[in-house]
Design a protein. Structure first.
Length: 451
């Protein structure tokens, strides 16, 4: 598997099914739901803002993905989860077995007393990590469930307190928890809603038999072993621009980017140039907001976002409103984009995400974004300059033509994802032909599917 394929696996996860989950990685992926479903709705600005906030604030715990919905090797994932749960505790403080036993007992006593996690029927608490990270003491534990939640035999919880906290202090309040124990589990490092001045460190753990490697962003090519082996820890003051991957034996099982706390704003000159080049019409304020929020996804992108299209449109379900389309180059190749729709009625909103091989902001590009949140036959098409007609050929061979009066339109196409789209000028000359990419170009991955 190539580096691009390894990185692409994680990018495919990040670009779809985005919703809040308790840990930093869980918030930007639902690991078991994402294979082969890359273009489900990004939910426009709402999801992008939620994604940005997920790195900065604690998010209430939500249900883990149900195994019945996963297309990957669920038994293998459970095997790796169990290997993590039965791994010895990692971290400097974990070398003190008396401390580890006391912490486990304190947490178990509070669970039995229903102080927290009252809905969990826990058989045992296993400490997986405990150490001081910067100014904080952090613990990650596995919860061995008598009654699994959503099919997961183990749940997980994170505890945080001030550096040097004793077991009782650390076990005092559960910081985050999840119905699942993912084979690669992480914890934010910080206290309160915004941690250390808005920055948050991170701890990531994997089964003891695995090893972490890191690579600097944006190239993400030169992977180096992490000295701590099966875990890594970054303080709020030392979170570099990098990616992490987990190697078990000779197999790369997982990869994710570090959290990014801020993105440099686009310069006034760059924003002016983009507004001059963009197809359609976008206000400066709307453009700046869309770009900033989209780039908040962090190190999944190898470069700054670009405006693709903007203007008025009548959206299915929501009616008329403003639409801004943005995209950015992804680590590993290709582009990821989103259509951000704001209805006049101020009710609902959102829009589709899409992927392209080439830069969709080029005025000669043909962008096709299926609206799968609404119906499989609705598709947003942004056409090259000079387009007069959009010709669509469905998988069944049905040919339709639709006049184009602007640079973007909503088309109704049977099985839109498998159709072929061609932009024609006024003389009938083909300007550009495109299809919905079957997946991110050149991407594959393991996703803990190999035991």
């Amino acid at each position: 598997m190539t580096v691009d394929e390894e990185v692409g696996t994680a990018l495919r996860r990040l670009a779809e099914d985005l919703r809040p989950l308790p840990d930093a990685y869980g918030r930007v992926r639902v690991r078991q739901r994402l294979v082969r479903r890359r273009r489900r709705t990004l939910a426009g600005l709402t999801v992008i803002v939620a994604l940005a906030a997920a790195w900065a604030v604690g998010v209430p715990r939500t249900a883990a993905p149900q195994p019945a919905e996963t297309p990957i090797a669920w038994d293998a994932v459970k095997t790796w989860s169990a290997r993590l749960a039965t791994s010895p505790a990692r971290g400097g403080v974990a070398q003190d077995q008396t401390y580890v036993r006391a912490l486990s007992a304190q947490i178990m006593d509070k669970i039995k007393a229903k102080t927290y996690l009252p809905e969990f029927d826990v058989r045992a608490v296993d400490v997986l990590f405990v150490d001081d990270v910067g100014d904080f003491r952090v613990a990650i534990v596995a919860l061995d469930m008598r009654t699994p939640h959503y099919g997961w035999p183990y749940a997980s919880a994170t505890f945080k307190a001030a550096r040097g906290a004793d077991p009782a202090q650390l076990a005092g309040t559960v910081a985050d928890y999840s119905d699942s124990l993912q084979p690669m589990t992480s914890a934010d490092v910080g206290l309160g809603s915004y941690g250390d001045g808005g920055r948050r460190g991170i701890v990531v753990i994997a089964p003891a038999s695995c090893r972490f490697q890191t690579a600097a962003w944006p190239a993400v090519k030169d992977w180096k072993p992490e000295p701590t082996g099966s875990y890594l820890a970054r303080t709020p003051q030392s979170v570099p621009a990098e990616w992490y991957r987990v190697v078990c034996g000779s197999v790369v099982q997982d990869a994710m980017p570090a959290p990014r706390f801020s993105v440099p704003p686009h310069s006034a000159a760059d924003l002016t140039a983009q507004l001059h080049n963009v197809r359609g019409q976008v206000s400066r304020t709307d453009a700046e907001l869309a770009l900033i929020n989209f780039e908040s996804a962090g190190y999944i992108y190898s470069g700054p976002a670009k405006l693709v299209w903007g203007g008025r449109m009548t959206w299915p379900r929501y009616g008329p409103g403003k639409l801004v389309v943005v995209a950015a180059p992804m680590v590993g190749g290709g582009w990821n984009g989103a259509a951000v729709f704001e209805p006049d009625a101020n009710v609902g909103g959102g829009g589709p995400g899409f992927v392209t091989v080439d830069d969709p902001s080029r005025r000669d590009s043909l962008v096709v974004a299926p609206l799968r949140d609404l119906a499989d036959h609705d598709v947003l098409v942004i056409v090259p300059d000079g387009t007069a007609t959009l010709r669509v050929v469905t998988a069944a061979g049905v040919v339709t033509s639709q006049p184009v009066t602007g640079s973007a339109l909503l088309a109704s196409v049977d099985q839109a994802s498998s159709a072929t789209y061609t932009a024609l000028d006024a003389a009938g000359k083909e300007l550009r032909t495109s299809r919905v990419p079957p997946d991110f170009p050149g991407f594959g991955g393991n996703l803990w599917s190999t035991r």
